[in-house]
Ligand binder design. Structure first.
Ligand code: ZN
Length: 330
């Protein structure tokens, strides 16, 4: 039982309520309002909307001087080289996410069916949504073991093939995510035309293209630290996107940035100069998955604004516990 100030997103604004969180039984997590003085700060679990957990096997390449994600580039070389260690590396990345309050992550998994199976065996807690990338002739089979498709770019697979995959996913009620607008805006129009469940990036999209995606109610996922790594960040796009209710954030390649949403929120809040919308993008679906309880002994001490501290400063060192289970408010 934790007496806390509980922040969550409801009806287009951040709500803050004092109360008590009860946890641990099969009913899930119960938050009950009360006048109890809060000893803790709490929020819904974080949802990391975009990861590539597999490349956690070879972290922290240099900022420049090598091709990272090109065919035959660094990423593909090291994934091949360290193939046997991938499951163990993903296990550690998933552990890092859970310890930092992430209880749901949408992962783009390369390597077809065997790639999905590797992720499932690493994900003992079952927090990952596995979005696969089919190898030759395995569309149908891949969808049986995965939660949908996560494709690199319409530019890489071609519009026709991408449309076929999109239809396949829709018929079987699976997800379809695509990268677009990362290095330029040329692959954006076709990506929007596919009406995917989410488009990852759009940092290089033109504002009118972003508006079209918004009109189609397509979720848009920004991965700002990753864009900074590749030197393709465009601040005005994030500041435009942050007001959109379908805006989400993710941490992208574990090779480049930690999968902690606390760290992504810190960075995103400074870039967008916004606390509330960044909080929303990171937690608005989190009530389904659990709560994160922060103690006030370190970063929250002497804070004048607990929400700003949570978004801009809180670290794993401030987490008292992470409690899984659907959150009910009584
Ligand atoms: Zn990505």
């Amino acid at each position: 039982m934790y007496s806390c100030e509980f922040f969550f997103w409801d009806d287009f604004k951040v709500e803050s309520r004092n109360g008590v969180i009860y946890a641990g039984d099969s009913e899930g997590v119960i938050f009950e309002e009360s006048n109890k003085k809060s000893a803790y700060v709490a929020c819904p679990a974080f949802v990391n909307y975009h990861t590539h957990l597999g490349d956690s096997v070879a972290k922290d390449p240099p900022f420049s001087g090598i091709e990272i994600v090109m065919p035959k580039g660094y990423k593909f070389r090291v994934l091949k080289e360290y193939e046997d260690n991938i499951v163990q590396a993903m296990e550690k990345a998933i552990k890092h996410m859970i310890l930092s309050g992430v209880l749901k992550a949408f992962d783009f998994r390369e390597g077809g069916i065997s790639g999905i199976k590797a992720l499932r065996s690493a994900d003992k807690a079952g927090i990952c949504v596995a979005l696969g990338r089919p190898e030759e002739n395995e569309l149908e089979e891949l969808l049986k073991v995965s939660d949908g498709f996560g494709i690199s770019s319409v530019r890489d697979v071609g519009f026709e093939k991408a449309s076929e995959m999109r239809e396949f996913a829709k018929k079987r009620k699976k997800l379809f995510f695509v990268h677009a607008g990362e290095v330029d805006s040329k692959d954006v129009d076709q990506a929007v035309e596919l009406r995917p469940d989410a488009i990852v990036h759009m940092n290089m999209a033109e504002i009118k293209q972003i508006k079209r995606a918004m009109d189609e109610r397509i979720k848009i996922v920004s991965c700002i630290r990753s864009n900074m790594f590749f030197d393709v960040a465009r601040i005005e796009n994030y500041r435009f996107l942050k007001e959109y209710e379908g805006w989400r954030i993710g941490t992208d390649n574990v090779m480049l940035s930690s999968p902690s949403m606390l760290e992504e929120m810190h960075f995103a809040s400074y870039v967008t100069r916004d606390v509330e919308n960044v909080f929303r993008a990171a937690t608005c679906e989190g009530m389904k998955y659990g709560v994160v309880i922060f103690h006030k002994r370190l970063n929250f001490s002497n804070s004048n604004n607990a929400l700003a501290t949570l978004v801009r400063r809180a670290g794993m060192e401030d987490i008292e516990c992470v409690i899984p289970g659907e959150v009910k408010i009584e």
